[in-house]
Design a protein around this ligand. Structure first.
Ligand SMILES: Nc1nc2c(ncn2[C@@H]2O[C@H](COP(=O)(O)OP(=O)(O)OP(=O)(O)O)[C@@H](O)[C@H]2O)c(=O)[nH]1
Length: 358
């Protein structure tokens, strides 16, 4: 059951983006109590040691009630230790925050988290928070693809160092970020000052959520409009309607990211959906940076929310309440290095006639 597992928030962002500043501000906040934090090395991240009141070799207890734990190369072991201690009652926490080092690709971390079966039983992915430095961010995004990928994977982008740029430069940077990660929420934080609540609960809608909330979570930024080629294809084959929005992004490394959103008008045959998602993961998994969907299946009264980061997909969550109105599925995929049309083609498969599967 998704609800019983410990939610994990990944804090990422390029070198110097302000991760430690954010973490220090969070740890000083009483609202962060009962949160365990995994960082690389205490020394490396320059955590504010005044906050630390008790220390063991690899774990410290902070005044706020948080625990802080250094990862020395083996994230899996550190996470298993933490969940063991929690089970044994020697560590009390309800959430885990992992701070990655500046260059780390969160993909393998999330993979570890959700594919190692012991860990997957104890933890679930809650969200990816990416810090984006308004002062150096534009140049960083131009220089390296890792920084662009970190933005594309985000559920929430915390824009830092806004005080160092003009309002116009900030607005242009935020527009660029929106182009790379159209489904991510953005907040601007001065020197790491954010309410802890803003960073949590970013992942899958809960079982008791209504479909309307999940729709906001999937949140395509623009109104989908039919692609002419697919509309023709659909009408030729008597398929039911799907509408697409494709958003290639301007400029250099950003061009490697493509996002596509689709609405599918009719409930989808479960067998077809399973084949589609398995094929998508097998063929395109490593190139999918984010996947979010609200899916209506044939014969079901409620929709499912599905969430993936790279080739790691959390189990679908069936939503309890479906407010009246349509039964349209919504899918957003953000991929890298995918030729134009590839994502649209895979989504068009969902509109195939389902008679062959019955
Ligand atoms: N002006 C300004 N400076 C900031 C802000 N946030 C962080 N900084 C400064 O930016 C520098 C880098 O911040 P860190 O928090 O160390 O960044 P980091 O992402 O942890 O860096 P690495 O661990 O090296 O990847 C520090 O000097 C911070 O004081 C902000 O909102 N405004």
């Amino acid at each position: 059951m998704t609800v019983d597992r410990i939610p994990v928030t990944l804090i990422t962002g390029y070198l110097g983006a302000g991760k430690t500043t954010l973490l220090n501000a969070l740890l000083a906040n009483p609202g962060m109590a009962k949160v365990a934090v995994l960082i690389n090395e205490f020394g490396d991240v320059g955590l504010d040691h005044d906050l630390i009141v008790e220390s063991t070799e690899e774990m410290v207890l902070l005044e706020s009630g948080c625990m802080c734990c250094a990862v020395r190369g083996d994230l899996t072991r550190a996470m298993s230790d933490l969940s063991e201690r929690r089970r044994a009652g020697t560590a009390q926490f309800d959430r885990l925050v992992i701070e990655t080092s500046g260059l780390a690709d969160p993909g393998p971390i999330l993979h570890t988290l959700l594919v190692e079966s012991a860990l997957a039983e104890a933890y679930r992915m809650d969200g990816v928070v990416t810090l984006a430095d308004a002062a150096h961010g534009p140049a960083t995004l131009d220089q390296g693809f890792e920084a662009v990928a970190q933005i594309a994977m985000a559920d929430l982008i915390v824009v830092t160092k806004a005080d160092l740029v003009t309002p116009a430069a900030l607005a242009a940077f935020q527009r660029r970020l929106r182009g790379i990660a159209p489904t991510a929420r953005q907040i601007v934080a001065e020197r790491g000052q954010v309410a802890p609540g803003a960073l949590f609960g970013l992942g899958l809608p809960k079982e008791d959520s209504a479909a309307s909330g999940a729709e906001a979570w999937v949140n395509a930024t623009s109104t989908p409009k039919p692609l002419p080629a697919l509309t023709t294809f659909g009408s030729q084959h008597g398929l039911f309607g799907a509408a697409f929005t494709a958003a290639p992004v301007a400029a250099r490394h950003d061009d490697r990211i493509r996002s596509v959103s689709a609405t599918i008008d009719q409930p989808i045959h479960p067998g077809l959906f399973n084949i589609w998602i398995d094929t998508l993961i097998q063929l395109r998994g490593p190139d999918i940076l984010r996947f979010k969907a609200l899916i209506w299946l044939e014969g079901e009264d409620e929709p499912y929310a599905i969430h993936g980061v790279q080739h790691v997909f959390d189990p679908p969550v069936k939503l309890a309440r479906a407010p009246g109105g349509d039964r349209k599925s919504r899918i957003v995929i953000i991929g890298r290095d995918l030729a134009e049309g590839v994502l649209e083609e895979t989504l068009a498969f969902l509109n195939s006639p389902t008679t062959a599967l019955r």
